[in-house]
Every structure is written in C-alpha cells, then in structure tokens.
Design a protein around this ligand. Structure first.
Ligand code: MN
Length: 286
C-alpha cells in the first residue's frame, strides 16, 4: 500500500479568462516531482452563469510541451485551435489536447450555453510530455461521454469512468504518451474502495466535492491527497458522497522548466518558445 504524504486544500479561487472560476488543486511549480507526469489541475466547482450576448472564456493563447485535458461536468464549452480542430465539450465529455510543438487555442462557453446560461462545472488537467515528444505535431482527441467505460464497484459503492488507463479488462479511450490512470470517480458515503497504483508510480486523489477520511485527517471539497511513489495501491474511505479524480502515472524523470503556457526541459527551450510564439510560428486561429 502507498502511504499518504499529505492533504492540500485550496479555497482560493481565481478566474481563468472571464469564463472559469477555478481553484488550482496542484501545480508543477511546487509539486512537479511528486506528481509527474501530472503538471496541474484546475477545478471549477458548479457556478451559475446568466444568459449573455457575449461568450465568456479564454481567448487565443499558446501552449507548448505538454497536454491539456478538459473534463466538463456541467454546461458546455467550445474549443477552436490553430491545428484546425474545433468542437463542443458537454457534460461527461473529455477533450485531450496535445500541444506538442505548439498550438494556439481558445476555450470559451459554447454559443448555446452563452445564450441560455446555466450551471458550469469543469476541470482541466495538464499532463507532461517526455522530452522526445515535446516537439511532436499537435493532436486532439475529442472523447465523448459514451466512449468512456464505467466500472461499477462492488456492493453499489460507486463508479469510476476510465478516461485513461486500464482496469479489469477495460481500457480508457485516451491515447497517452506515458503510462497513466485518469479516473473520474463517483463514490458513495461509507464506501471503502481500493484503487490500483503500481509501485514507483505517482498517485493522487483530487477530491472535487465530498469528503474522504484518511489517517492524516479529512479531505473535503477542492483538496488533494498525495501518496508515496513507493508501495502499490491506495484505499479510499468516503465519509460523504464524493466526486473525485484518481490520478496515477509513471513519473517522467526529466528536468522541468515552465513559463506560463509553456513547459519544457531547459530555460533555452522556454526562450525559444517565447521567440517562436512572438514570431507567429504557433499558427493562427481563423
Ligand atoms: Mn489553454
């Protein structure tokens, strides 16, 4: 069994653009080694948006060197990027975007959601790429809710949607560049569940809503439980109905240097990314 290292919680929300009131549950700036290959997780808990004439969100911005994984729980987003991809992401859907060598994209509320208003809730996970994949061509996986297999835990204790990874013969639809598990959990109060996290892999539980009991105390809304890389498997004890993300992966043991929307291995590569962006090499949004 892995040991719990600590519980982090964040009640400090900030806006991403004018569309996403998020809490950052972890960032590679402080926890990069501990959580590799995962770089960052932002969570927007359910928030009401009134109908609007103008779409809210984040306008065109670049990324290089990693992947952004957007999971929508409520509401609907619209995506457009410089590689020519576009689409809407609705409840249960996941967008797994590989920035690779560079992409410009915008992340907005969809036209329909903008007009009608409603509740919005989503999460965005950043996943690192190994050095030899950082400059690969950009990619885009639109993963609709119905393609995500769902595990039922025994005795009606809850469910896990397998976004990435493998379990009991099921495979998550996301194609990843290193080995990982990304599961979206709905666990019932009183449940005691074992989750598979191999020895030497990173493991973390992001509690989005609910409460989990641990030997280091209670973990509630918008908190993160981190585990040792040594040992295999973790146990989740739900003291309330809980919505959580289970993240486990094989660490990428390479230097990380980040600056805003770029995560590379060296300072020189960051300087290059800034130069390339300023000289228009990330393409354009039409
Ligand atoms: Mn982005």
């Amino acid at each position: 069994m892995k040991n719990i290292i600590r519980i982090h919680s964040n009640n400090q929300a900030h806006w991403v653009g004018d569309g996403f009131p998020v809490r950052t549950l972890f960032s590679y700036q402080s926890m990069g080694e501990e959580l590799s290959p995962f770089l960052m997780l932002d969570y927007a808990s359910p928030a009401a948006f009134p109908p609007s004439a103008q779409a809210k969100g984040v306008g065109p911005h670049p990324h290089r060197g990693f992947e952004t994984v957007t999971i929508v729980y409520k509401g609907e987003l619209a995506h457009k990027d410089s590689a020519g991809n576009s689409g809407t992401i609705g409840p249960g859907d996941v967008q797994w975007m590989t920035a690779g060598a560079g992409i410009l994209h915008e992340e907005m509320h969809s036209a329909q959601f903008t007009q009608q208003g409603g509740m919005l809730s989503m999460a965005q996970l950043w996943v690192n790429l190994p050095a030899n994949q950082k400059m690969r061509p950009p990619g885009y996986q639109a993963i609709e809710a119905e393609r995500i297999p769902c595990i039922q835990f025994e005795n009606d204790q809850g469910t896990a949607r397998l976004i990435a990874g493998k379990h009991t013969g099921l495979s998550g639809p996301a194609k990843t560049h290193t080995a990982m598990q990304v599961w979206d959990l709905q666990i019932k109060k009183g449940a005691v569940i074992s989750l598979p996290a191999p020895n030497h892999w990173t493991a973390a539980l992001a509690i989005l809503q609910g409460q989990v009991k641990t030997d280091k105390g209670l973990a509630g809304d918008a908190s993160l439980i981190t585990y040792s890389q040594a040992g295999s498997g973790i146990e989740l004890v739900a003291s309330q109905d809980t919505h959580a993300l289970f993240l486990s992966g094989e660490p990428i043991r390479e230097p990380m240097v980040g600056y805003g929307p770029f995560v590379m291995n060296t300072k020189a590569e960051i300087a290059q990314a800034i130069d390339d962006f300023n000289s228009g090499q990330f393409g354009r949004l039409d």
